[in-house]
Design a protein around this ligand. Structure first.
Ligand code: GLA
Length: 697
């Protein structure tokens, strides 16, 4: 289609032409949707875009929708920043335009995910009700002109948010084209106003019961912090009392949950049960405990942006696995970059083919939808430079064709992927309190708990080809191997669960800094790993932040420990040393770095060293061998990323080549080639090449 067509053909004519020309590409569900079938079910794997119809004349909508339809897009996410258009003055709700946009999209075979617009309140609202504006740590109230200026704990804001969510739900809760809801957008900014402070004090009272209890658990005798009245308790955000810091984060998490619940309740009152409710989270962002906030959602979703540089398949895959763990089910990519972003130091584009590879990697890790932000740039506003699918002239930019390829492929592979989800033999344990606790007191400025987790994730994913990331309190019985890279804050419930897991024959590996803190972020009364010392038959004698790597040797050859070193002592006769420190600071020299102990059919291992990459690979081999973990697919050349999704009767493998050169992969046995048809025994993948393979179980 030549660009000129879009400029000279009137929108309505174009739309008609587009419908006729592109209809064959519709999925069955889209066709059903077109025919007005109210019971149509969205396809199993969805492609989406963020669309902002309020920014364009309605005469333009058919052109946009026809281009979306042509690209095989199944849904638009709309509305999440449109409050000033939905309610231009207080109580004057204008939702007709939104209904027309949703209906027109539906008639083009495109479903809608409707965002509540509370991340961007209108100027009349914040002007009339100033307490709805958040206050920063220095006491400065936010002003209009940006977004996320609202106060998440303000009762008036919650009332207004409930009202707009209710109006939307009453209007669209049974709209056949609306498949789900997104609450707000990327929760992040909190408020430090006096009302919030009072709420935190009430929260503390509910949590601790008495001041004596709080004072004891926070050890407030330290630096004369003792509280004699609940209203003395401050909001602490800079490194301060660790117990207070952790309580504040718990309060923040609970407050985001109740902020969200306020809108969920409003929507659920009117919405059809088939409509899901989610919100778009931000990967490793640690502003709140995502497990807490995800509790009330039907599905978890995250916004997957690379920013500067290129896709790190391990980190991205781990972030998918993290998000899958929030509800322990498949999830959505609610936003991702079509090429480049506008907020990184250098907003380079992803390479040709990389966007498609990234989307398929998401699917391999359990995403059921991938949605691009955004369809077309607003003509003004803060994000003029962000990647889009259309240019300022309203015609496709180069990435449009790559996204269209995904549209065709999702339609092709959808039925095979339907009902499948990842299943892992290995779990990595993660908690927000542990991440926060380490970040507040890193002790070595380079000690990043995400990097620590990834140092285990990388070699484990290479071997097992599937890893879950879950909380330590979940039922662990399905896992052959459980790895806790830095379980710094170890609650009694988690400790009990881990002990039970090992006694039942599970293999547990604790990484450095594990079991140091109680659930109040206080020191455990025992040495690390605290309540697991007697099971391990050893304890951490001392920890050292390292200026330079130190040598480690033993079972895994000769390696180094980076950034951090803990040595273990008081070993039981049946606790074995796997690695020992070489000559370094004198204290570490010759002392155990990694120890392990068999417990019935299970085992517990403690790794006190932050092993270098080569050492970590050997450690991963040892632990997977010892626990009987088998690769989901089988051996593949380096650079080939493998992920598996399972249904009762078949398994789907997603293979992607992230190596710069073409790679040939021999399959363990013949499989169906989902994208190209037929049965194959091997596949050859160029850089960013993707193969979707299916086999009967
Ligand atoms: C976030 C927001 C979007 C947009 C993108 C740009 O993910 O949710 O509204 O600002 O960033 O990358």
């Amino acid at each position: 289609m030549k660009k000129i067509v879009f400029r000279i053909v009137p929108a309505a004519v174009f739309s008609l032409l587009a419908c006729v020309l592109f209809l064959p590409r519709n999925t069955q569900a889209q066709a059903r949707l077109n025919s007005g079938n109210k019971t149509s079910v969205p396809p199993p794997i969805l492609l989406g875009v963020a669309w902002y119809p309020e920014r364009w004349p309605e005469s333009r909508w058919p052109v946009d929708l026809a281009l979306m339809q042509k690209a095989g897009i199944h849904f638009v996410r709309v509305g999440e920043f449109a409050w000033s258009i939905m309610e231009p003055t207080e109580g004057d709700y204008r939702l007709d335009w939104l209904e027309r946009a949703i209906d027109q999209a539906g008639r083009h075979g495109i479903y809608t995910v409707l965002g509540t617009p509370t991340a961007a309140p209108p100027a009349w609202l914040t002007q009339k009700y100033p307490t709805t504006l958040r206050v920063d740590e220095n006491g400065k109230r936010a002003e209009h002109g940006n977004r996320q200026q609202f106060n998440w704990d303000d009762p008036k804001y919650r009332e207004l948010a409930r009202d707009i969510a209710s109006h939307l739900a009453q209007r669209f809760g049974h709209n056949p084209y609306v498949i789900g809801w997104q609450i707000d957008n990327e929760y992040a900014e909190v408020s430090f106003d006096l009302h919030t402070r009072a709420d935190f004090q009430t929260w503390s009272k509910n949590y601790y019961g008495t001041l004596d209890n709080l004072n004891a658990r926070w050890t407030t005798s330290y630096w004369s912090q003792t509280y004699t009245n609940w209203d003395q308790i401050p909001i602490e955000t800079k490194p301060g009392n660790p117990g207070l810091l952790l309580s504040w984060k718990r309060f923040v998490s609970d407050t985001w949950r109740s902020y969200q619940k306020n809108q969920i309740d409003a929507i659920r009152r009117y919405a059809a049960p088939r409509q899901f409710i989610t919100t778009n989270m931000m990967g490793w962002f640690d502003g709140y405990d995502h497990y807490v906030v995800a509790k009330d959602l039907n599905l978890a979703a995250w916004d997957d942006y690379v920013g500067e540089g290129h896709l790190d398949p391990y980190k991205n895959g781990a972030t998918d696995d993290l998000t899958r763990g929030f509800k322990r089910q498949n999830f959505w990519i609610m936003e991702t970059q079509p090429g480049h972003v506008n907020w990184a130091p250098i907003n380079n584009d992803l390479n040709k083919g990389e966007i498609r590879a990234m989307a398929w990697e998401n699917i391999g890790h359990g995403a059921d939808a991938v949605s691009y932000w955004q369809w077309r740039s607003a003509m003004n506003g803060q994000e003029e430079y962000h990647g889009t699918l259309l240019g300022a002239d309203g015609t496709p930019v180069p990435v449009y064709s790559e996204v269209s390829q995904l549209g065709r492929e999702f339609a092709e592979a959808g039925s095979v992927l339907a009902g499948t989800s990842p299943k892992s033999q290995v779990a990595i344990l993660h908690t927000y309190p542990s991440f926060w606790a380490i970040n507040w007191q890193r002790h070595n400025k380079n000690y990043d708990p995400i990097n620590e987790l990834l140092s285990y994730y990388r070699p484990l994913h290479d071997i097992a080809q599937s890893v879950d990331i879950v909380q330590p309190t979940v039922d662990l019985s399905q896992y052959k191997l459980v790895v806790a890279p830095g379980l710094n804050v170890l609650s009694d419930a988690a400790a009990k669960n881990l002990i039970q897991y090992v006694k039942n024959g599970g293999h547990l590996l604790l990484g450095q800094r594990s079991g140091m803190k109680t659930s109040d972020n206080a020191l455990q009364p025992e040495r690390q790993p605290g309540p697991l010392v007697s099971l391990l038959g050893a304890r951490v004698a001392a920890y050292y932040a390292l200026l330079n790597p130190v040598p480690v040797s033993g079972q895994f050859g000769t390696n180094t420990s980076q950034l951090w070193a803990e040595y273990l002592n008081h070993l039981s006769p049946d606790t074995h040393v796997l690695e020992t420190y070489g000559k370094s600071n004198g204290w570490l020299d010759g002392n155990p770095a990694i120890v392990t102990r068999s417990v019935g059919k299970g085992s517990i291992t403690y790794v006190g060293a932050w092993m270098d990459e080569a050492g970590m690979a050997k450690l991963a081999h040892w632990m997977t061998e010892a626990s009987g973990v088998r690769p989901a697919f089988g051996p593949v050349p380096a650079g080939i990323d493998v992920n598996a999704r399972y249904a009762k009767d078949h398994t789907v493998f997603v293979l992607i080549n992230f190596d710069p050169t073409e790679q040939a992969v021999n399959l363990p046995h013949p499989m169906a080639d989902v994208l190209h048809g037929g049965t194959v025994q091997s596949v050859s993948l160029p850089r960013y090449g993707v193969a979707i393979l299916s086999e009967k179980n």
